[in-house]
Design a protein around this ligand. Structure first.
Ligand SMILES: Cc1cc2nc3c(=O)[nH]c(=O)nc-3n(C[C@H](O)[C@H](O)[C@H](O)COP(=O)(O)O)c2cc1C
Length: 366
């Protein structure tokens, strides 16, 4: 697959997720095997770009090629201007958001709400492609609602407008995230156009990625929610696609090191106060991954309470240093936890691991 000068045989792509795929998370996923990662969507209304949120979304410093900026909006001239401005700021691919079900961006139909208005879609795509001399791609859904799956029409419009790649989420706009993704329409879209197509929706591991690729004939896969708390999914999927075998999933000290590196990057990017706050949701996702039943890390007895209390403290910590100390202490409890209760260490409140390793006061559990 090739988008402009950027080529991979079977690209694995991190899906744009507002509030999740900030620069630290994109860099992390790319270091673990994601080939492409678009920014969280940026509104095309430049009068809002002075906000801290937009400024952070527009920040791509230190990001490896290709730097992909996703723009959202419903007005062709504004979208063209936003694309031009982002190209001037260093974007190397512009991605247009027609995949997000949010009703409105800046009080206008935007995202997947546009799919209903095919002439407007064509106008926006043509305007953006004309505005920049870098590749433009489109993120879309399979249609407006299950009775109006116009994904093939939109894909053809996109190709005719000069769009160089499509990512298709296998749900309609009104499906939101309900029900399983369907891949039949993605297959029909892939068959209808010559530009590269990425399949997206409910891909959670190597076997699902392989099945979706086979079913749709897509050129690559885009993974979103399954990367939350699980950024090493990209190397696992890459290994499975290359060998047909599953890598042992990341565990123990490696996970701790990845998580700590991630937190440090969040702190550097957002600063102390916001960094600790943004880290909380990632900590929850990492915990879900670390304690998922298939890993046999079922906690029993007093260990349950120590783990829970450390996790609560991690979530309410307000300083980066205490959040980091708590993460390390939490890992001491869960790393290589024996799977049977008899083998689990008896940890009482008095032996709270953090009391032994830090001078910092332990934040009280709320
Ligand atoms: C929290 C969240 C935020 C999202 N934000 C965006 C976005 O900014 N732009 C976009 O095109 N899609 C957005 N999406 C949709 C995802 O890119 C993706 O299409 C969807 O999650 C399905 O893929 P998955 O099953 O692998 O998660 C978002 C999804 C989630 C869960």
């Amino acid at each position: 697959m090739k988008v402009g000068p950027y080529a991979w045989t079977t690209p694995l792509v991190l899906a744009p997720m507002a509030g999740v795929t900030d620069r630290p998370f994109r860099l992390l996923c790319r270091s673990l095997g994601a080939h492409f990662a678009a920014s969280e969507m940026v509104t095309s209304d430049q009068s809002l770009w002075h906000t801290t949120k937009s400024k952070r979304r527009l920040d791509h410093s230190g990001e490896p090629e290709p730097r992909i900026v996703q723009i959202a909006g419903g007005e062709p001239t504004m979208m063209a201007d936003a694309a031009r401005r982002n190209a001037a700021l260093g974007a190397q691919i512009i991605d247009i958001n027609m995949g997000c079900p949010a009703k409105k961006v800046c009080n206008r139909a935007a995202g997947s709400a546009l799919l209903k208005d095919e002439p407007l879609v064509a106008e926006i795509l043509r305007a953006v492609v004309r505005a920049v001399d870098i590749p433009v791609t489109l993120k879309m859904r399979t249609g407006w609602d299950p009775d109006h799956k116009n994904g093939v029409t939109i894909a053809r419009l996109a190709e005719a407008a000069g769009i160089q790649g499509l990512a298709v989420h296998g749900r309609t706009r009104t499906d939101q995230y309900a029900g399983p993704a369907e891949y039949h329409t993605i297959q029909a879209i892939k068959a209808a156009v010559r530009i590269p197509v990425l399949a997206n929706g409910d891909i959670v591991d190597g076997p699902t990625a392989k099945r979706v690729l086979q079913q749709t004939g897509a050129d690559g896969v885009m993974i979103g929610r399954a990367a939350q708390g699980n950024p090493w999914i990209f190397r696992e999927v890459a290994h499975y696609l290359a060998t047909g075998e599953s890598l042992p999933t990341a565990a123990g000290p490696e996970v701790r090191d990845i998580m700590i590196r991630h937190l440090e990057q969040l702190y550097a990017f957002y600063g102390e106060q916001d960094g600790v706050r943004v880290a909380r949701k990632h900590l929850g996702w990492y915990r879900d991954t670390a304690l998922r039943p298939s890993l046999n890390t079922e906690l029993r007895g007093p260990t349950v309470h120590v783990e829970r209390s450390l996790f609560q403290e991690m979530r309410i910590a307000t300083a980066t240093s205490s959040q980091l100390d708590l993460v390390r202490a939490w890992f001491d409890v869960i790393i290589e936890l024996p799977s049977t209760p008899q083998e689990q260490p008896v940890l009482a409140a008095a032996t709270h691991p953090l009391e032994q390793m830090s001078e910092q006061p332990i934040v009280a559990v709320a």
